[in-house]
Design a protein. Structure first.
Length: 98
């Protein structure tokens, strides 16, 4: 009688343990699937960002080139202005002499 009760208690404990383990396996599987979904989402987002980045880099390179050209043009204009100021000073001195 007692051995039967002891065995029944062990069987019940084993069943409970199995239920707990099944529950843990289900939870673990849900977490694994969620992690996979997040990884896939993240991968798609990275690909989208890469796609968006390419034209922005090209536009940035164009702007850098335009900036260089504008700086060169400014330097030339500054040189011309300096030359014109010298010429104006020279004419002013000539006019004073007259």
């Amino acid at each position: 009688q007692k051995t039967n009760q002891v065995l029944q208690a062990e069987v019940d404990r084993s069943r409970n343990d199995i239920r707990k383990l099944k529950s843990e396996v289900q939870y673990s599987e849900k977490r694994r699937l969620h992690a996979e979904e997040q990884e896939e989402l993240s991968s798609r987002e990275r690909a989208q960002l890469r796609d968006e980045l390419a034209p922005l880099r090209a536009q940035n390179n164009d702007l850098v080139e335009n900036n260089k050209a504008l700086q060169e043009a400014c330097s030339l204009l500054e040189e011309q202005l300096t030359d014109l100021e010298k010429l104006a000073d020279h004419h002013e001195l000539k006019n004073k002499d007259l």
